[in-house]
Design a protein around this ligand. Structure first.
Ligand code: BG6
Length: 469
């Protein structure tokens, strides 16, 4: 609906931006750090590796000073398990612990709230080798122990923790390379229990708020056919509700659970697991949003053909987004797209905010949203990224509309504070407000340069979202 006037952003609205450790820190083997599964991931041909990235590990003070200049109220970043406990399950590494104390203190110096992601795809490789990572129940205990170290060390300084980033993408895109769906959903279940236990321990150990951080989006039916509508509803369970109903209500969404059972893919669940999931209560919901998702119904037979050998290693996106007998992803002819094919859909953000608020009634924090495209550094040292400004402006207006709808939105933390390396499309696909002067293979001087979007966002924050021109 249209309104005559929009409500203002709350006075304590958390304006800022996000990053993740393995994508921006570099220093991949420094100060005791061991490789994570992300560091060991085969590099997509034509793109950089994970060794240096944006060198934020060494330049965090300069980066945080620039964030302060932009008037940030929060900075979302991830702690790398492999720095804190390099063996995954053994000794705590004082140098790793100290590093994040320094990052947190630097944020606090400027009045920036650190929002800490505890896990951003980066399982210690050593645990993957030792017992198959999340396929083993042992991973729950090791993850919770690592979280406890973070709560003990940082819990008195940090108000907001996020447990696991985009668990749903890891599962849907089979980032763990699991051989069967049963194994994939078993690993997923272990993560759900780990997340619930970490949530409980956070509340026992500190005053901070804690939330999951999946990638959530509304699901559109490709056509108005009843079957496509049903497919959208089902896909919503698979993509969104499996990761939120479980942590908020302690329950698997019923139709999707039955779908998995009938295909022999439902995980082994103990009574204790369900009790833990019921006992955990997140304080808010964090979520990443890039664009609405569109699906159509697909029969079992057609879906099986499309699915083929899909997994993250084969980069067969269409295959990975097909569920035989349920739904498959479709291109939405009414949705704008970036040059990398990612949807641009601010209305979808408003819908998603509404759906989350109406379902769960928990405060919401947008922890990712952004425009990943190549930028051009002009001869006079500028980056005129009006496309990014346009993207951010439209999404911030959608946030304000959702607030007027009644949604309790805590903050907006787009991807990303500075340029960093994309999950599989290198550093050419840039999201940052701060430019990092390097190319895919030439590290150049890594100089930080303020993009046009930097100045625009600075003004937007200074006016608490009123001045978006
Ligand atoms: C999210 C992740 O999936 O989207 C980030 O949490 C990621 O790690 C971001 O970088 C953008 O996706 P991509 O593939 O363009 O890097």
């Amino acid at each position: 609906m249209d309104y005559k006037t929009l409500k203002p952003f709350p006075k304590d609205f958390l304006w800022g931006a996000s990053s993740s450790g393995y994508q921006c820190e570099g220093a991949w083997d420094e100060d005791g750090k061991t490789p994570s599964v992300q560091d060991c991931m085969p590099v997509v041909p034509g793109t950089t590796d994970w060794k240096v990235t944006s060198d934020h590990y060494h330049r965090f003070k300069e980066d945080i000073a620039l964030m302060a200049e932009m008037n940030f109220k929060e900075f979302r970043f991830s702690v790398q398990w492999t720095r804190i406990i390099p063996s995954g399950d053994g000794e705590v590494n004082p140098l790793g612990v100290q590093h994040y104390h320094e990052v947190i203190d630097e944020c606090l110096k400027y009045g920036i709230n650190p929002v800490i992601t505890l896990y951003h795809f980066d399982l210690p490789q050593v645990l993957q080798d030792k017992y198959g990572g999340w396929t083993s129940r042992q991973c729950i205990e090791d993850f919770v122990r690592y979280c406890e170290v973070c709560f003990k060390e940082y819990g008195s300084k940090v108000k907001y923790f996020l447990t696991i980033n985009e668990q749903n993408m890891m599962t849907m895109f089979n980032m763990g390379g699991y051989k069967t769906d049963k194994e994939r959903y078993q690993a997923n279940h272990h993560m759900l229990v780990a997340m619930a236990k970490a949530t409980i321990r956070c509340h026992e150990m500190c005053d901070a708020w804690i939330a999951p951080a999946p990638n959530i989006t509304c699901v559109y039916p490709l056509t108005s056919s009843p079957l496509d509508n049903l497919a959208a509803m089902d896909y919503d369970q698979l993509r969104n509700r499996l990761y939120l109903d479980t942590i908020v209500f302690g329950e698997y969404p019923e139709a999707f659970a039955e779908y998995l059972k009938q295909r022999g893919a439902f995980p082994e669940i103990t009574i204790e697991d369900m009790a833990v999931m019921k006992a955990a209560h997140p304080d808010f919901l964090a979520f990443n949003y890039y664009g609405g998702s569109t699906v159509r119904y697909v029969s079992e037979e057609e879906g099986m053909k499309i699915k083929g050998t899909s997994d993250w290693a084969h980069m067969d996106m269409q295959g990975m987004m097909t569920e035989p007998g349920m739904a498959m992803a479709a291109k939405n002819p009414l949705q704008e797209q970036t040059s990398y094919g990612m949807g641009i859909d601010p209305v979808g953000l408003r819908i998603t905010l509404r759906q989350l608020w109406e379902r769960y009634h928990l405060p919401l924090l947008i922890t990712e949203n952004g425009c990943g495209v190549p930028d051009t550094l002009t001869e006079d040292g500028k980056i005129h990224d009006d496309y990014r400004i346009d993207y951010l402006r439209k999404h911030i207006i959608a946030c304000r509309q959702a607030i007027t709808d009644g949604v309790r939105l805590m903050g907006y933390s787009p991807w990303s504070a500075m340029d960093l390396v994309s999950t599989h499309q290198g550093i050419t696909k840039r999201y940052g407000l701060i430019y990092v002067n390097r190319d895919e293979f030439d590290l150049k001087d890594m100089k930080r340069i303020r993009k046009d979007s930097f100045y625009w966002y600075q003004k937007a924050i200074a006016s608490n979202g009123e001045d978006l021109d």
